[in-house]
Write a protein that binds this ligand. Structure first.
Ligand code: IMP
Ligand code: MG
Length: 176
């Protein structure tokens, strides 16, 4: 089997959307902003969005968090594990979580609750892609790059079995 990567969002579309998202985030008036990139899938999106935020004049600090969701086929909502936690104290900070895809929402709902319980003053979410039809947890992102069709996508940080994260655009896979 060979994977064909069909372009969904090309580099120009991603650049333009990142600038638009940064402008929206700049208007939101965050204080003591701590941006947390959820690894691994968000690393390319986060790198571009952070630089767009710099151009939009938004001061911030960056942290990373690695979460793994297991038993994703079950209906229980608590089965997310912190693989790598943030180093910073989040108390009284405004947080912007960055992730690649909001699908069931379990992962980001877990992270949001955890950070709120630690005393963050505000926890908002920016995702590159929203697969709206797949939501299980009650969560919406404040910032969405694109509404994503219900297809398996790769590239721009996102993988299929650890491959294709380096692809510079977002594509969906077909096999021949
Ligand atoms: P959920 O919102 O907790 O269901 O988790 C969404 C996560 O599933 C994303 O952060 C990705 O890591 C992964 N994911 C969902 N759909 C795709 C896809 O189409 N390609 C690659 N990873 C995906
Ligand atoms: Mg992920």
């Amino acid at each position: 089997m060979t994977d064909i990567i069909n372009v969904l969002y090309d580099e120009d579309a991603l650049d333009q959307r990142n600038a638009e998202l940064a402008a929206l985030i700049a208007e939101a008036g965050y204080q003591k902003l701590l941006v947390i990139a959820v690894l691994k899938g968000s690393f390319v999106f986060a790198a571009d969005l952070l630089r767009a935020l710099y151009r939009a004049g938004v001061p911030l600090e960056v942290e990373f968090m690695s979460l793994s969701s297991y038993g994703a086929g079950t209906k229980s909502s608590g089965n997310v594990e912190v693989v790598r936690d943030v180093d910073a104290d989040v108390r009284d900070r405004d947080i912007l979580l960055i992730d690649d895809i909001l699908e069931s929402g379990r992962t980001l709902a877990f992270a949001k609750t955890m950070l709120s319980e630690r005393g963050a003053s505000r926890v908002d979410v920016a995702v590159l892609l929203d697969k709206k039809g797949k939501r299980v947890a009650e969560i919406e992102a404040e910032y969405v790059g694109f509404d994503c069709p219900d297809k398996f996508v790769v590239g721009y940080g996102m993988d299929k079995a650890h491959m294709y994260r380096e692809v510079p655009f977002v594509g969906h896979l077909t096999e021949i």
